[in-house]
Design a protein around this ligand. Structure first.
Ligand SMILES: [Mg+2]
Length: 177
């Protein structure tokens, strides 16, 4: 089993994570995936739930940055409405743009947590940049067509990790259970 696919922790969705966990981790930044992590790929504008979450993260003094493989127009538009920085066309599973971002902003690897719904893109790229990744399940059923391919290959890795206790619930990392 390739270690690159194993996340630091698992959460059902980004909205299930207690914000105290981010303080516990002592991070300054959260790199957030957009499609099927923060919102459906069909949503062109943030909804009340995503607005509230991003605002609550900001209120903690943590800076959220959207990192998406999706194209510029959609990602930039969505991020602008949340008033957060973003990087589009990140090229996950590759991690060079993430490493570049860490360097540019002078972010240490332990000052950031990444959250995303795919092992092959989010977990792999985060691990490649040596940052912790929280893997979530799909936020909504529907995926973009190109994601179907990744899901197909991800399925056996997910079930292997689940079976072998490698998807550690965020509450366990937080010491809550
Ligand atoms: Mg995604």
């Amino acid at each position: 089993m390739c270690k690159r696919f194993i996340p630091y922790a698992h959460a059902k969705t980004i909205y299930d994570i207690d914000l105290g966990f981010f303080k516990f981790l002592n991070v300054k930044y959260i790199f957030v995936d957009l499609d099927n992590t923060l919102d459906s790929y069909r949503s062109m504008t943030p909804n009340e739930r995503s607005i509230n979450l991003i605002n609550s993260i900001k209120e903690l003094g943590i800076t959220p940055i959207i990192l998406s493989n999706n194209r510029g127009k959609r990602v930039k538009g969505y991020a602008a409405m949340l008033d957060v920085e973003c990087i589009h066309s990140v090229g996950k599973p590759f991690s060079h743009k993430i490493k570049k971002l860490l360097k540019e902003k002078n972010i240490k690897n332990d000052e950031v947590i990444m959250i995303g719904d795919q092992m092959i893109t989010d977990v792999c790229s985060g691990n490649g940049a040596k940052i912790k990744v929280i893997l979530t399940d799909k936020l909504v059923k529907e995926d973009q067509f190109t994601t179907h391919f990744n899901r197909f290959f991800e399925r056996p890795f997910r079930s292997y990790c689940r079976k072998h206790g490698k998807l550690i619930d965020w509450r366990i990392r937080y010491g809550q259970s």
